[in-house]
Design a protein around this ligand. Structure first.
Ligand code: NAP
Length: 411
């Protein structure tokens, strides 16, 4: 991977947090290297562990592409990385982020198929939330001309994961039914769109109820996440569903398995239930683990059920399946060019607004994907002093206005 002699020379005022100053002192210094802005996670924990700093710019190594980043994807997984809830996380300080889009700035040795100036999207094994990223060429894909950088940053992780679960693992076919949790989120909306490319597929979506008006048309049946969805689905389909996509884990694993039709497939691909507050909760972690039904293969055999797991990042970065992912990306880009799928972008945020963006996911506010727009300036903060000044000036103007009108009346 690219060498990064990190150099924390400057921080934007916006992100400075005195509490985490110490933890960032471990970052190496790199003399006169060219610098770039990047989001740094100083240590695992709450939002205050995030800040924007200047770092030395990476240079591409053999087989790598250097990308001038325009937009980065912000995923639920990034919240879990921040909290330290994932398996084997790298040691902080680190630059988070697994995907970005931008323009090829230079290429390392032995690179074919990419040139300076190409518009690309890419997977990155951390380090995506920066102005410049270097990543192996196997994780880089050319963007269609009509695709915006924000769309491209919203595309890779959500659509590849959704496609591989539906078509590679569960073998989605005409007439089947699919249940998806967090239906209004990044992966949820990708699942809904991909299901609509197959005739006669019934999609049961579950999400917070305030999102229903916005996403109702993307699924066949939509339920509030607080209702007993087992009962609701069974009212429509007493036999259950063919494919159940579970990103919540915990008690939903047993529920999901119970809702499968014979020959149905349950896929676990996330553990959102483990996130219950701003920092890692050992109670939620233990509860989720404890609630997962212990799987008995004999029961699966008797009930004709399939249970599977899916992790795109492990497939890419640990299990070396990038050529399979590349073939999936080619199919997805065909669907995009045929206007059959289109990433849903919830909102754009400056790098300096990463805390507010993450808070929006914690608050379950997003519909579609959040994007960090590298060229966006942060929305100015309204400080208390500004508000008091505004109030005083308004009062003064009002007094002057009243005096003037009284004087006129007297005259
Ligand atoms: N295995 C893989 O390869 C892979 C790839 C991508 C994503 N994932 C997983 O897929 C899931 C969705 O990821 P995403 O990036 O598309 O995110 P997302 O769905 O956009 O995430 C935000 C939404 O998740 C729901 N949610 C469920 N539990 C929550 C909690 N404890 N706190 C806050 N929100 C919660 C909320 O929607 P509602 O309130 O409407 O439910 C929220 O708006 C995550 O579990 C993620 O880890 C897995």
């Amino acid at each position: 991977m690219a060498k990064e002699g990190a150099d924390m020379t400057e921080e934007t005022e916006y992100m400075i947090d005195k509490n985490v100053g110490k933890e960032t002192e471990n970052v190496e210094s790199s003399g006169d290297a060219k610098e770039m802005r990047a989001v740094i996670l100083a240590g695992f924990g709450g939002l205050n562990k995030l800040r924007v700093t200047k770092k030395a710019m990476p240079e591409p190594q053999d087989g790598e592409v250097k990308i001038r980043v325009k937009a980065c994807g912000l995923n639920f997984l990034d919240l879990m990385v921040r909290q330290g809830t994932i398996d084997n996380p790298p040691k902080p300080p680190l630059v988070p982020g697994f995907e970005c889009s931008g323009i090829v700035e230079s290429v390392g040795e032995n690179i074919k198929g990419f040139e300076i100036g190409d518009r690309v999207m890419a997977f990155v094994n951390y380090n995506a939330w920066a102005e410049v990223v270097c990543t192996p060429v196997d994780f880089v894909y050319k963007m269609p001309d009509e695709m915006t950088f924000a769309e491209a940053a919203a595309f890779s992780l959500n659509f590849v994961a959704a496609y591989m679960m539906l078509f590679e693992v569960a073998n989605l076919r005409e007439g089947m039914s699919v249940l998806v949790h967090s239906a209004g989120g990044g992966v949820g909306q990708a699942v809904a769109q991909l299901c609509s490319t197959v005739p006669n597929v019934t999609v049961f979506g579950i999400s917070s109820c305030f999102k229903h008006a916005a996403i109702r048309d993307s699924v066949t049946h939509l339920f509030d996440r607080n209702v007993d969805y087992i009962q609701e689905v069974k009212k429509v389909s007493p036999q259950g569903v063919d494919i159940l996509l579970d990103c919540l884990c915990g008690e939903n694993t047993g529920k999901g398995l119970s809702l499968l039709k014979p020959l149905g497939t349950y896929i676990l691909y996330g553990a959102s239930n483990m996130v219950t507050g701003e920092t890692k909760s050992f109670f939620s972690f233990a509860k989720s683990w404890w609630q997962v039904e212990k799987v008995n293969p004999i029961k699966l055999y008797e009930e004709n059920k399939v249970i599977a797991g899916f992790s795109l990042l492990n497939l890419l970065f640990k299990q070396g399946r990038c050529s399979l992912v590349k073939s999936v990306m080619d199919k997805l880009l065909c669907l995009y060019n045929q206007k059959k799928i289109k990433p849903v972008v919830d909102s754009l945020w400056a790098l300096e607004e990463v805390k507010e963006a993450m808070q929006r996911i914690h608050d379950r506010g997003n519909i579609g994907k959040l994007i960090l727009d590298v060229e966006k300036s942060p929305t100015p903060l309204v400080t208390t002093t500004n508000l008091i000044c505004f109030f005083l000036v308004t009062c003064r103007n009002e007094v002057i206005r009243k005096h003037t009108s009284t004087d006129r009346a007297v005259k």
